[in-house]
Design a protein around this ligand. Structure first.
Ligand SMILES: NC(=O)c1ccc[n+]([C@@H]2O[C@H](COP(=O)([O-])OP(=O)(O)OC[C@H]3O[C@@H](n4cnc5c(N)ncnc54)[C@H](OP(=O)(O)O)[C@@H]3O)[C@@H](O)[C@H]2O)c1
Length: 161
């Protein structure tokens, strides 16, 4: 059976974005995201799609969840109302609404934890979902320091059997 994963980066206080973009610059995380998702279908909410720097993200089949009718706005992506039934291992790539709505469906979470507290600084924070007891932390990477000075680490959670 195909595996469904979620991948996100968050601050210590759970912030994943400011409603438009991500309130940090972490090139190592962008590389991690690319390495992890390349070649796999990716699934995202309409707002995350609208904020992509390149539409569609290359090397991956792009799926967008939206109640809207596909059109020029969605060129390069498949639009659906519900999670598409995919046969290949796929990644949910955001944003907050979609991570929350699909948490019960995912088998794996790849989380980048950023050693920062952002709540006071970000006026309109979007949050990661809370990872509950149904998941176990199977890999907890070493803290690393980005070229930008931010500290971060990569973590992997898997759904308990
Ligand atoms: N840190 C990270 O790793 C990361 C990754 C991705 C995004 N982000 C951040 O997340 C923020 C955007 O997140 P967001 O929560 O505002 O928006 P979002 O989840 O990207 O998109 C929300 C839209 O997706 C559609 N949608 C969501 N859930 C759905 C469902 N269950 N069924 C059908 N359609 C559904 C709806 O589109 P319609 O209104 O068209 O129906 C909804 O308005 C940005 O700040 C972005 O930078 C962070």
């Amino acid at each position: 059976m195909a595996t469904l994963g979620s991948i996100w980066a968050q601050s210590r206080d759970g912030v994943i974005g400011d409603g438009v973009g991500m309130p940090w610059h972490l090139p190592e995380d962008l590389k991690h995201f690319k390495d992890t998702t390349m070649g796999h279908p990716i699934i995202m909410g309409r707002r995350t799609w609208e904020a992509l720097p390149i539409q569609p993200l290359p090397g991956r089949v792009n799926h967008v969840l939206s109640s809207r009718t596909p059109g020029a706005w969605s060129d390069g992506a498949y639009v659906s109302h519900d999670l598409p039934d995919l046969e290949a291992d796929a990644w949910i790539i955001g944003g907050g609404q979609l991570y929350e709505a699909t948490l019960d469906e995912v088998d794996v979470i790849e989380r980048t934890l950023i050693d920062a507290t952002l709540e006071p600084a970000v006026a309109t924070p979007v949050y990661a979902p809370r990872i509950g007891d149904e998941f176990e932390l199977v890999s907890d990477g070493e803290w690393q320091t980005s070229t930008t000075g931010l500290r971060y680490k990569f973590q992997r959670f898997e759904r308990k059997a």
